[in-house]
Design a protein around this ligand. Sequence first.
Ligand code: ATP
Length: 407
Amino acid sequence: MKKKEENDLMGKIVSLCKRRGFVFQGSEIYGGLAGTYDYGHYGVALKNNIKQNWWKKFVDNRRDIYGMDASIIMNSKVWEASGHVAGFSDPMADGKQFNVMFKTSVGAGEEATGAHLRPETAQGIFVNFKNTVDAFHPKLPFGIAQIGKAFRNEIAPRDFLFRQREFEQMEVEYFIRPEDWEKYFEYWRGEMLEWMEDIGLDMTKVHELEVPDADRAHYSKRTIDFEFDFPFGRKELFGLAYRTDFDLKNHKLEYIDEDAPSAPGKITPHVIEPSMGVDRILLALLVSVYAEDNKDGEARSYLKFKPNIAPVVCAVSPLLKNKPELVEYANTKVFAPLKIEFGRVAWDDNGNIGKRYRRQDEIGTPWCIVVDFDTLTDDTVTVRDRDTGKQERIKVNELKNYIKERI
Ligand code: ATP
């Protein structure tokens, strides 16, 4: 893409996000707060779909990964042990190092304890390693997964959701025997690629970067950055790191490996870490699905979300909103049952049908369902496909299955 088109694309995405209730600037009516964004109705829906899809694949559908939701405010001792107090810094323009963690204190006066807002979800997992082992007695290899907010006082937040001061991560710490690290590194590489494809990322824009020795975090023996062609350049989307036994060693945590093939006994498990940013994937997804074409002689922009990720799965409309019999039918026989079944269902009776289609296209709704006068006699409705614009008549009592089969 040429530079101007790239800028235009970002501009279009940012403005669509605001106009259609996906993402707003944080604290906007007070002039904003740099590096913070607020998600609106459709943005939350999209973000929840991304997170639920991830949780299903990496926790619910597996037997070897345990969920976790740790506190955001953590004792500063955690961050001393993990090396973040000494080393989680970025260089400032004048060459000084600036620690990007948000520091705070908990409690009043003399009793106050030093605390930090976590800059990564990973340490919340490591400090609960023993609790998890004691509660569930997992056998190696096993993982602990967490989705949650992380905070970094980035020196220069920029590029919309890409570099924020408050963002969300989805991480798995996968504990293994040291001799197995190469096998599981490859395994997680495949899992990450599969997931990216599953949620509908444009895979032609995804590239793997083998991070050279000099650029790797101090704890990592191998890291792959999954990069994405954003309109503002090719940038890190996710990371996959072999963190060795660095973190568990720092926290003095061990594991009794009774089933070790070589020497059963106490070991410090090693860790493979797939680390993903929720906001970055959401932005990469918007870039992947944004499209423009001409429909019925009119230019339109639309979002080609896969139905499993789209914030709204279908919209229901009475052909005319001033005809009570159409409104009543659409509301009770179509909208209500679909809403109960899928939740993410919109009611849209504003303006003419063409306008409603455009509006739903713009937020990426895969199907628009219209109740018209024929519906009243034959119990069929029009289902219009977002991408092709094609319409077909479907029996009202087959709608649920029609959507379920395609979701
Ligand atoms: P970068 O080099 O871009 O600062 P990083 O290598 O410091 O990123 P990690 O510490 O590996 O990032 O964090 C894991 C993931 O968290 C990243 O791959 C990214 O998806 C997400 N992430 C990190 N920092 C931010 C941020 N400031 N805003 C949004 N997402 C972020």
